[in-house]
Design a protein around this ligand. Sequence first.
Ligand code: CO8
Length: 298
Amino acid sequence: MALRAALRGKSGLAGLLSCSSHGRLCPSSSSISQRNNSSSAKLIVDHDQTTGVAVMHMQSPPVNSLSLDFLTEICITLEKLEMDKGCRGLIITSNQPKVFSAGLDILEMYGKSPERCGEFWKAVQEMWLKLYGSNMVTIAAINGSSPAGGCLMSITCDYRIMADNPRYSIGLNETMLGIVAPFWFKETMVNTVGHRNTEMSLELGLLYKPAEALKIGLVDQLVPEDQVLSAATQTMTKWLAIPEHARQITKSMMRKPTIEKLCSNREADIQNFVSFITKESIQKSLRMYMEMLKQKKA
Ligand code: CO8
């Protein structure tokens, strides 16, 4: 049944996401296919009509941290691209220097009401569902550091190319903040680097330099910094040459169990997050981590 849905083409894998509240975050369902590019405050999308490839540049200063507003913009953009039959591939990259994305905006998890935390977490789930379940070929062009939620965004993609710069790092470092990556972060990581690497990585909150990330398969390719986007474009051409339905059905087979697990536990997952993050001890850990970030700067 699911495979048949995927066979229907563009709506296939995305169509499996029956739990994804597409309408909620997407006030407009109009296509952007007639335009070569679109921009909002925090995102620039260059859509090449001839190749069917869109490049989404994140530019939310200073570090592309994923606030509720930014997540909402990302979700709206992903929804539009997914519905656009002229868009078959998506490259995600950053316009901010040195950083792909600093992950979830810590300020969204600190000192906020339970209702607001719940709304924020729903948006995080929504972004993951849209990216992990996308029918498009998705490539992360990681041109800077990519901790926590930034790493999550990257591993939802089909392929990862990272700038070969030892000053950058990538990983799910949640434990370093005193918080715990939820099961769907963990499973996306397991699906990428295997159980043992994930276990060590998550328990120790490891951030990997590009060469180490390549070694464990957290990224697929390293290139000089100024070639990240061109390498992503080249790789995209190869992926788009694969018969589309076969590729989409295969992607669906690989990802469906993880996606369905979140879909059937979505509300409970929100409640877990809210009760965990609003605990005084967790708030204290977040406060200390933010102070540490400031001290590092001084
Ligand atoms: N959220 C909010 N603000 C941030 C974040 C963030 N994630 N990251 C950095 N900032 C702020 C800094 O505090 C600083 O603010 P200010 O200018 O006011 O002092 C500003 O952005 C610039 O930061 P830096 O000076 O540190 O910039 P650098 O270019 O030197 O370094 C880095 C960039 C490497 C990204 C660095 O900022 C960093 O390591 N940031 C922290 C990244 C991080 O640990 N993120 C984890 C977020 S949690 C997450 O994504 C998953 C949560 C899952 C929750 C599960 C709970 C159940």
